[in-house]
Design a binder for this molecule. Structure first.
Ligand code: AMP
Ligand code: ZN
Length: 470
């Protein structure tokens, strides 16, 4: 498999450290709020990568952290802890906020068919490991204490900017975001490993440490949790591209200083989901969540398909209009699949090979998911018998996870009654658009048209469902 590696900024053949095994680490969510669909784009693409590695036979161990402490509002080690912000916003404790949004994150993942990583570990569960790692960094001379905090000394490294593709603006982390420069830092790029002194004394969660009562920096979490569970040699580290600098750059600095050797070979970064004002973020613009999509009657899996239709290394612009187009293609695709009738056909595994090869070569080429979806259409268009088609689509869906062969009772019943489910779905979509545009007269007209086809629709907070009149 060829993967684009941010380390080296080139496409490279993927070769794991240990034959047949892949150790993979994912930066988990900061659980102070719901994940927006931009965050989830990253998790969807990482999920496809993990599932594809398993599909081709690797034994994958994937680790993810939950950031429930230490991620400050600014990447330059300043500002309030995001968790505390969430707790204040909702008049709850930090741990209550963490629990609520961790659960919400996994609920969203489930709706998007994102598999839970093998190991999920909260930062607050690993304070001893962080303290140990920081102690070693101090012993080895890679860290120093200043003004009550412990800092990583980036001047001790031969190369700090390992990704080598940062521009001037990005390198200004120490002075950007209109924050006061931290006078304790020896070098502008140094970063905090342990805080005991912060302008924000109201930090709720604090632990005793050899350097005083305080709390860990954000970057140390990922280095430490990764090494704890995936060992000293990591194959792939994933995250959104905004994390490449400073977060991942700092992770590499600490991990390699601690271990004394190279740590991770491949860095997989997903480009951002954009809205009309730029990068989707929690602090600006409309905050789009999976629940909001559902409130607007979208099936979350249509959003998964929307992500899979574009390459993970291209920014993706979200609009409801674009999503509507995907909904139509998704419904049409499922409708075509629902019409397959495996009857007594035998699966022609030999003929199937060519299609498996095409599917694999799409994903082998730096995870080209849109071509992988084309492979599904090619199967449908082919002269294969229906059993073989279903066999292949089921097989591909192990990676795509679009529930392509899952149908509810309605689709089975409609088939026996010869109801055009594609038309039903299209009318429901048109009614949805009409409602969104507040054209209620048209929405009612469409409802009546559906009724004349003996289709009864029901609106609920989970979306619009339909059933065939008894
Ligand atoms: P956070 O919860 O802020 O720590 O972010 C969780 C993940 O989402 C990280 O891997 C981020 O890099 C990623 N991320 C943040 N914003 C976006 C976006 N607009 N598009 C895609 N990924 C994002
Ligand atoms: Zn991380």
């Amino acid at each position: 498999m060829i993967l684009y590696n941010t380390l080296g900024n080139s496409k490279q053949e993927f070769v794991p450290n240990e034959q047949g095994k892949v150790k993979m680490y994912t930066c988990g969510p900061t659980v102070y709020h719901y994940a927006h669909i931009g965050n989830l784009r990253t998790y969807i693409m990482e999920d496809v990568l993990e599932k594809y590695l398993r599909y081709v036979g690797y034994d994958v161990k994937r680790v993810m952290n939950i950031t429930d402490v230490g991620h400050l509002s600014s990447d330059a080690d300043t500002g309030e802890d995001k968790m505390l912000k969430g707790a204040k916003r909702e008049h709850k404790t930090v741990m209550e906020i963490a629990k609520f949004y961790t659960d919400a994150f996994f609920t969203d993942c489930k709706k998007l068919n994102i598999k839970t990583p093998d190991i999920v570990e909260s930062a607050t569960n690993c304070i001893d490991e962080f303290i140990n790692m920081i102690s070693v960094l101090l012993e080895k001379g890679y860290a120093y204490i200043a003004g009550g905090n412990v800092y990583f000394d980036t001047s001790k490294l031969d190369t700090y900017y390992v990704f080598g593709n940062q521009n001037e603006d990005e390198l200004q982390v120490g002075v950007r975001d209109d924050v006061d420069e931290d006078k304790n830092k020896k070098n502008k790029t140094d970063f905090v490993l342990w805080f005991t002194k912060s302008k924000f004394d109201s930090q709720e969660l604090k632990w005793d440490s050899p350097w005083g009562i305080g709390y860990p920096g954000w970057h140390i979490e990922c280095s430490s949790i990764s090494i704890k569970h995936a060992g000293e040699y990591l194959d792939i580290h994933c995250g959104g591209v905004d994390n490449a600098f400073p977060h991942h750059t700092n992770e590499i600095a600490q991990s390699e200083a601690f271990l004394g050797h190279k740590w991770c070979n491949y860095w997989f970064h997903v480009l951002h989901l954009l809205d009309n004002s730029g990068k989707m973020s929690k602090s600006k613009g409309e905050f789009l969540t999976v629940s909001l999509l559902e409130e607007k009657d979208y099936n979350p899996l249509a959003y998964r398909m929307f992500c899979l239709q574009s390459h993970y290394r291209k920014p993706l612009t979200f609009s409801f209009e674009n999503l509507d187009n995907t909904v139509l293609s998704y419904n049409k695709l499922k409708n075509r699949i629902s019409k397959l009738n495996p009857a007594n056909d035998e699966i022609d595994k030999q003929k199937a090979q060519k299609y498996i090869k095409d599917f694999k070569s799409a994903l082998d080429n730096d995870l080209n998911t849109s071509l992988a979806i084309t492979a599904v259409y090619d199967v449908l268009k082919s002269d294969l018998n229906d059993s073989t088609k279903l066999y292949l689509i089921n097989d591909f869906d192990r990676v795509l996870s679009l529930d392509l062969t899952k149908f509810d009772d309605n689709s089975k019943k409609s088939e026996s009654l010869d109801i055009d489910t594609q038309k039903v779905e299209e009318l429901i979509n048109r009614r949805l658009l009409a409602k969104r545009e507040k054209n209620y007269a048209l929405a009612d007209q469409i409802r009546d048209e559906l009724k004349s086809m003996h289709i009864i629709i029901k609106d609920s907070k989970d979306g619009t469902t339909w059933e065939i009149e008894n």
